[in-house]
Design a protein around this ligand. Structure first.
Ligand code: AMP
Ligand code: ZN
Length: 116
C-alpha cells in the first residue's frame, strides 16, 4: 500500500518529480538528489516496504529484482566492469533516512571499504 506521508511513495505516484532512469511493474530507479558519486541511482520497489528489516520472506522476489535491475543499470551506464557499490542503509545505525526500502547504486569512482 502506498503511504501518503512517504517521500518515495510520492515519487512512485508522480506527486514529487524525479529523474527516472528505469521503471517496470515492480520497481523504479531515479537519480539521487544529492549524488555521492558520478552515478548515484536509487532503485526502489513500487510497493511500500519500510526497510530491509521489515521485509518478510514474501519479499524475496522483489529484493532479487531490485539487485538484478541495479546491476543491469550499472552495465548500461558502462561502469560494471570497472566496478560499483550497492548499499542498503537499514534503520538508524545503518544511516537510513528515508523509510521506504531502497538500493543505492553508486558508480564512476573508486570506493573504499569499510564505509564510514
Ligand atoms: P538513506 O539515507 O539510505 O535513507 O538514503 C536516502 C537517499 O534519498 C539519500 O541519498 C538522499 O539524497 C535521497 N533523497 C532524498 N530526497 C530525495 C528526492 N526528492 N529525490 C531523490 N533522492 C532523494
Ligand atoms: Zn513508501
Amino acid at each position: 500500500m502506498s503511504q501518503s506521508d512517504c517521500l518515495f511513495c510520492r515519487i512512485v505516484n508522480g506527486e514529487i518529480p524525479s529523474k527516472k532512469v528505469y521503471e517496470d511493474d515492480v520497481c523504479i530507479a531515479f537519480n539521487d538528489i544529492s549524488p555521492q558519486a558520478p552515478t548515484h541511482v536509487l532503485v526502489i520497489p513500487r510497493e511500500h516496504i519500510r526497510s530491509l528489516d521489515d521485509a518478510d520472506s514474501n519479499a524475496g522476489d522483489t529484493l532479487g529484482h531490485l539487485l538484478l535491475k541495479a546491476a543491469e543499470i550499472a552495465r548500461e551506464k558502462g561502469f560494471a566492469k570497472d566496478g560499483y557499490r550497492m548499499v542498503i542503509n537499514t534503520n538508524s545505525d545503518g544511516g537510513q533516512t528515508v523509510f521506504h526500502l531502497h538500493v543505492h547504486l553508486l558508480g564512476g569512482r573508486q570506493f573504499i571499504f569499510p564505509p564510514g
